[in-house]
Design a protein around this ligand. Structure first.
Ligand SMILES: [Zn+2]
Length: 468
């Protein structure tokens, strides 16, 4: 633990700065949790605490549906002749239909603690279960959003809250299905929710944005009006959308509009740096060029995309177009920042039959290059000052565990490589700070035990109801 008398300084032999690895770095931050000095080649001042392992920036998790954590691992059996994203979604809807506010808060609290223990220091919550199980608004229409705000506050993770606009079941205004009734809001109703949530988010340092669910779920008029309304509330607020995750979605969009999803979006919406294109798995060469040039972030969710059989994002083409990207854990099949990085690189290796695909000309160490890119893209899509170990950014960082077998005796770049590619699914994280406050020490969050218990109880309730 860090000495309370000197909590605003930390010394480390190796730190990953936005420009690369630096030696003997002294970090300093103010009472607001903002870094005020990042000084390489320092001598450790007397009384300043130090960590043994390399220090890396905390990774923003740019895509989460918190409630889905409770059924991670529970759809791994064949339910149809050919299981797919769509049969998984049917099972997910069964779960989404039952979850109560108390259960959601317990699930999200544990999930956010799990994220902190796994190297994520911020999360973008793509929040689409809004109403009660009958599809009626709760007495307080913001009930479930407030559960997520409290969960993030109690866990101590940074939050970008993205209430989801969901209006139709398919392209061309197909009415919503029974399983979607908890998600549905009119555009006006959504804007009222955003106005209600804005001061609450501001009060706890969270950022409020908007997530039009997908082009399937939001018709053109709803999209245009919601974006105008959001801009009136906050002209720089983040906008996230699921797009081109499945080839069936691309085909349906072509049948509806004659254009592919990303092509349609670029032609009809003001896509820029505020936007996160979640998945964007199936892009043409022209869509890659245009989407990368827009400044939008591609929100890649490697474990979920693998779990759901989405396909493989064309990272070499995206990178050569100068595209920005970040990582999300989405359905939480995996909640482990290092494992997502490994899966991303491995999917590219399997596809291209090459190695170190995500290394760059500036950064030859693949894990280092990926971490820097994912932190920058994650910070941009979070709309918060969490872009790594630099003055003016929030003091969100992770100390790797120098005593872990994978890292012992290694320096910064090799230590991070071993953490990502060779920690054998065990955690090599020692401590985590968010806004300068230590939230994880010796690998554990102080609420780990009770949060696990509440999560398991909530999951058991949900499963018991499912079998009744
Ligand atoms: Zn998603």
């Amino acid at each position: 633990m860090v000495d309370r008398a000197s909590v605003n300084h930390l010394f480390t032999a190796d730190a990953l700065l936005p420009t690369g690895w630096a030696r003997n770095v002294l970090l300093a931050w103010n009472s607001a949790g903002q870094l005020t000095a990042v000084t390489p080649d320092s001598v450790r001042p007397e009384g300043v605490p130090a960590v043994d392992g390399p220090v890396i920036p905390g990774l923003p998790n740019l895509h989460s549906h918190a409630f889905q954590r409770a059924f991670a691992g529970l759809t791994e059996f064949r339910s149809e002749q050919a299981d797919s994203f769509w049969s998984w979604r049917t099972q997910m809807y069964r779960f989404a239909r039952r979850v109560t506010p108390e259960q959601l808060e317990a699930i999200a609290t544990w999930l956010y603690i799990e994220m902190l223990e796994a190297g994520y220091t911020a999360v973008c919550e793509f929040h689409y279960v809004h109403h009660d199980p009958d599809g009626q608004p709760y007495a307080d229409d913001a009930t479930l959003a407030l559960c997520l705000l409290r969960a993030a506050q109690n866990a101590g993770i940074g939050l970008t809250l993205l209430p989801v606009l969901y209006q139709t079941a398919g392209f061309g205004g197909t009415p919503p299905a029974e399983g979607q009734r908890r998600f549905i809001r009119s555009t006006d109703n959504m804007l009222r929710l955003l106005e209600r949530l804005k001061p609450l988010c501001d009060a706890q340092g969270a950022r409020l944005g908007l997530a039009p669910h997908s082009l399937r779920a939001v018709p053109p008029d709803g999209l245009r009006e919601a974006l105008a309304g959001l801009s009136a509330i906050d002209a720089t607020a983040p906008v996230h959308i699921h797009i081109a995750e499945q080839t069936a979605e691309v085909d349906a969009c072509l049948a509806w509009s004659g254009q592919r999803p990303v092509q349609w979006l670029l032609n009809h919406a003001p896509v820029d740096e505020r936007w996160c294109l979640v998945h964007a798995t199936h892009l043409s060469a022209q869509e890659i060029t245009r989407a990368a040039a827009s400044g939008a972030v591609a929100g890649i969710c490697p474990s979920t995309e693998a779990n759901l059989g989405d396909g493989i994002f064309d990272m070499p083409a995206w990178q050569s177009a100068g595209g920005r990207w970040g990582l999300g854990s989405d359905s939480h099949a995996t909640v482990n920042a290092a494992e997502e990085l490994m899966l991303l690189e491995y999917s590219q290796r399997l596809h291209t039959r090459q190695r170190n695909v995500l290394a760059t000309a500036q950064q030859h160490h693949t894990a280092t290059a990926m971490t820097l890119a994912a932190v920058a893209g994650g910070a941009q899509s979070s709309g918060r000052p969490i872009a790594g170990l630099a003055v003016g950014q929030q003091a969100d960082f992770v100390a790797l565990d120098a005593r872990h077998l994978a890292l012992a005796g290694l320096g910064g770049p090799d230590g991070l490589s071993a953490h990502v590619f060779a920690s054998h699914r065990s955690s090599a994280l020692q401590a985590v700070w968010v806004a300068g406050r230590q939230r994880v020490s010796e690998g554990l969050h102080h609420l780990h035990g009770p949060a696990v218990q509440a999560f398991v109880a909530a999951r058991s309730q949900l499963l018991n109801e499912a079998t009744e």
